[in-house]
Design a protein around this ligand. Sequence first.
Ligand code: FCB
Length: 458
Amino acid sequence: MSQNTYNFPKEFIWGAATASYQIEGAWNEDGKGESIWDRFSHTPGKVNNNDTGDIANDHYHLWRKDINLMKELGLKAYRFSISWPRILPKGRGKINQIGIEFYSKLVDGLLEAGITPFATLYHWDLPQALQDEGGWEVRSTAEAFVEYTEAITRALGDRVKDWITINEPAVVAWIGNDIGEHAPGYQDMRRAIPVSYHVMLAHGWAVPIIRRNSPNSEVGITLNVGWREAASNSSFDLDAVREGDGKWTRWFSDPLYGRGYPADVIADFEKQGYLPKGMDFIKEGDLNAIATPTDFLGVNYYNREVVRSDASDNEPQTVFEKPKTPENWTEMGWEIYPEGLAGVLGMMYFDYKPLKLYVTENGASYSTAPDENGVVNDTYRLDYYKTHLAAVHRVMQAGVPMAGYFAWSLMDNFEWAKGYAQRFGIVWVNFETQERIIKESANWYKNLIKNNGFSAQS
Ligand code: FCB
């Protein structure tokens, strides 16, 4: 084996990922209830270009075609999410059978095509009816999540054997409720903290239900784990790394792995006045529930952040950021840093020892369009995949039990607050005609899957 050849174990799972609101469309069809993303995108000024997910990739109608696409690429697995308000239009109560049938048919179609379904229960499209009662800020939403989990795992648990409870709880809490760039759009850390808590509680409560309704299945959660480095070795910048990792990662992973809430982050929040009543939302037994053992950890990784603090002792400055060229930065304005993927996988494994890990999302936004021959020569994206997969390979040599990798995304789609302007797909989508075109990165990925490895030269 030459040094630049990356071979993966036989059972390694190669997949691609999507999320319900980003691709399905059919936002008000067949009894589906309104979600917070319907409400948010229908509010002028919230999403770039006022784009909405009303139609998106029309996957709700074109799912057969999309399964064929996956088959053509040779995907071993497909990570998709289930729209809670399609199953329970009001968040709890009456089940919408047509919604269940949609996912049931999708799952059957995947299995027929030899593709393993990985289902995410919550990828951000909370029923608006629950938001109207306080959303994740209130405990009753975690209780409703249990009801939803019960309904969907009873229906699909015989066929879906890989479950992800929540996608990126940190983004749900901090971007949706403090930064306000995502639905429901609040800018209030005092709300965001109980939100961060109740999504984790919902996760913990859901795990035993999934296990009961889906025998021999595996259950995990997906965390977004960014790689942070200090802009300088000043104590302020170093502390900014601690604070960032604390708020965005440890605040979720520590309770998940039974360590409770990190004291340094609680102290930060107290100092900032965000915990006027302490952590009074924690009830007896909750922390044990959150720490219910899982079968795997999902990690989403995209970029590095070089962090600085505003405080004055910022000398000497050592900014490592790469020059702002497309080789180094994607169109999201995210710096490309494959070493960071190795870093976060190593950090999460050696710190918490999950039984195994998946990269549940990784990818790059470039708008490279079809040329006059209809070829999408997305070289930058292809290079991104190569370098990041080399990083995955490297950590596996170091003993990190990686079980699979999911490209984000199977196809261009509604990129949340950025709308359709950002394209993460390995498949091009023409949103006017709903035509799909396999990009060169997808052709490369197809080959990789076929060979179960790749060489840096190819
Ligand atoms: C992640 C989301 C996913 C996608 C990528 C680019 O945070 O989970 O839906 O938008 O970012």
